[in-house]
Design a protein around this ligand. Structure first.
Ligand code: PRP
Ligand code: MN
Ligand code: MG
Length: 184
């Protein structure tokens, strides 16, 4: 739509890089000894994070992608997520790391993890860049989280607003400037 808004930086590229480095080290320790790691990015939001994260993982790994549908604007607690684009590879017996940009209500990650678990991986974990626990509708959490954030609309580092701003190198908050929402 034509709403007017401004973006303010919330997490700088430098803080992101430091956190991604630490996550990569923790993940490498946790999966140490594996020769079977598959890192799976959920399209589209995770593509920037997964690109940085895999370069901080000091283990041999394969990369694959999955696309799940977004469920629109409804606020029911039974939102169904559908697989739009499946993996290329087989994850049966493999060690799997699922990479997400953000866990919000939790519907996407909980249903994707359930879908992937049904394929019989040896081990499966999730790493999410951002977590908004105040929005949770499903009892789910990523094993690794980059930053816990308040309930603000965020963009950048892969996250979009109406498909824009995924290319911002930092994570920013969107503030709408509609007169009805202006602070007084
Ligand atoms: C966003 C985000 C997560 C999901 C989180 O994806 O990237 O995948 O929603 O929301 P949830 O926890 O409430 O399910 P979106 O559907 O906007 O698709 P995109 O990744 O292509 O932007
Ligand atoms: Mn997404
Ligand atoms: Mg999106």
């Amino acid at each position: 739509d034509g709403r007017v808004y401004e973006i303010s930086q919330m997490i700088s590229a430098k803080r992101i890089a430091a956190r991604v480095e630490a996550l990569g080290a923790e993940i490498s320790d946790s999966f140490e000894g594996t020769d079977r790691l598959v890192v799976i990015g959920l399209l589209r939001g995770s593509f920037v994070f997964i690109a940085d994260l895999i370069r901080e993982i000091s283990l041999p790994c394969e990369v694959d992608f999955l696309e799940a549908s977004s469920y629109g604007n409804t606020t029911t607690s039974s939102r169904e997520v559908r697989i739009l684009k499946d993996l290329r590879g087989n994850i049966g017996g493999r060690d799997v790391l699922v990479v997400e940009d953000i866990v919000d209500t939790g519907h996407t990650i909980s249903q994707v993890m359930e879908f992937l678990r049904s394929r019989g991986p040896r081990r499966i974990e999730c790493c999410a860049m951002l977590d908004k626990p105040s929005r949770r509708e499903v009892d789910v959490h990523a094993k690794w989280t980059g930053f816990e954030i308040p309930d603000r609309f965020v963009v950048g580092y892969g996250l979009d607003f109406a498909q824009n701003h995924r290319n911002l190198p930092y994570i920013g908050t969107v503030r709408f400037l509609d007169s009805s929402e202006e602070e007084r």
